[in-house]
Write a protein that binds this ligand. Structure first.
Ligand SMILES: Cc1cc2nc3c(=O)[nH]c(=O)nc-3n(C[C@H](O)[C@H](O)[C@H](O)COP(=O)(O)OP(=O)(O)OC[C@H]3O[C@@H](n4cnc5c(N)ncnc54)[C@H](O)[C@@H]3O)c2cc1C
Ligand code: FES
Length: 246
């Protein structure tokens, strides 16, 4: 984890209520896709967490949806604004379990960390298939970036306005070696029930400290209580007590 002052270098609308934000600054500390960063916003006591999409030695990005006061304020901030950010938080996706053809299943903004994961997999000469689900075509984002990776991409929308009509789980391919997922909990629960393999799932919780100190984000797992912010947000499906997750 590293606390630093980072500068917004991009903050633009890419879809319905959805923004792409990129920061630059010294040594953001990410080591794997699926980790997150936590932004301190003016006049907001609690930081706001976002999964990292892409990262380099001096930049990192995310896609976020405006759902309340904090994200609305974030969307109004201009390029050049400096913010206090905790980078490199949590445990991200482990690509060692991927096998030859992992499937990446994203719902809504869950597509964002999966794009970073898709890049990490292709860099490691593993070709995943991605399934992205959105409510409607106007909500879809990252489509061309996934296509540019040269991997198979299946898009599903609830109303059929783009790609297959249905949800991401209904659009799963028949053959895959492992599952990686990020999205709404009901989608991931249905995916876990439908999937033929184990997998890694990125969970969300309301966070307090965001770095493991307050236990405010604890969930019960088969191995005892675990903190979403520190032990996750990515968890192995076989460790989760799915019926207890809310
Ligand atoms: C590890 C982690 C990674 C995340 N990554 C992303 C991301 O990549 N992109 C993205 O758009 N969002 C992401 N989120 C969710 C994001 O942090 C919240 O949407 C944001 O903090 C809401 O702030 P707000 O002030 O706008 O909303 P608030 O005014 O605080 O809340 C508005 C509404 O959103 C709900 N809400 C707020 N935070 C959460 C949460 N953490 N989980 C579920 N519901 C919530 C509230 O219950 C309320 O209904 C992530 C959350 C976590 C914990
Ligand atoms: S939010 Fe404090 S331990 Fe997770």
């Amino acid at each position: 984890m590293r606390q630093g002052n980072f500068t917004i270098i991009k903050n633009e609308k890419v879809a319905n209520n959805t923004y792409f934000i990129e920061f630059a600054g010294e040594n953001p500390e990410f080591s794997s896709p699926g980790q997150f960063f936590n932004i301190s916003l003016p006049e907001h006591f609690l930081r706001r967490p976002f999964s990292v999409c892409t990262f380099s030695g001096s930049t990192f990005s995310a896609y976020y949806k405006t759902v309340g006061k904090g994200t609305s304020l974030l969307s109004s901030l201009s390029v050049g604004t400096h913010l206090d950010v905790l980078s490199g938080l949590g445990n991200g996706f482990n690509i060692k379990n991927a096998g030859a053809r992992p499937v990446l299943v994203g719902g809504g903004t869950g597509a964002s960390p999966l794009f970073g994961l898709a890049k990490a997999l292709t860099d490691a000469d593993i070709t995943p298939v991605a399934v992205l689900g959105f409510a409607t075509a106007a909500d879809a984002f990252l489509i061309s970036q996934f296509e540019d990776l040269g991997i198979e991409l299946i898009v599903a929308t609830d109303d059929g306005s783009l790609g297959i009509c249905g949800n991401a789980v209904s659009a799963l391919p028949t053959d895959y070696s492992y599952v990686y997922s990020c999205g709404p909990l009901p989608m991931m629960r249905a995916l876990h029930l439908a999937s033929k393999t184990e997998g890694q799932y990125s969970l969300e919780a309301r966070l307090g400290c965001g770095f493991g100190a307050c236990m405010g984000c604890s969930i019960e797992t088969k191995n005892g209580p675990r903190r979403v912010c520190k032990d996750g947000p990515v968890f192995y499906s076989e460790d989760l007590l799915w019926q207890t997750l809310v």
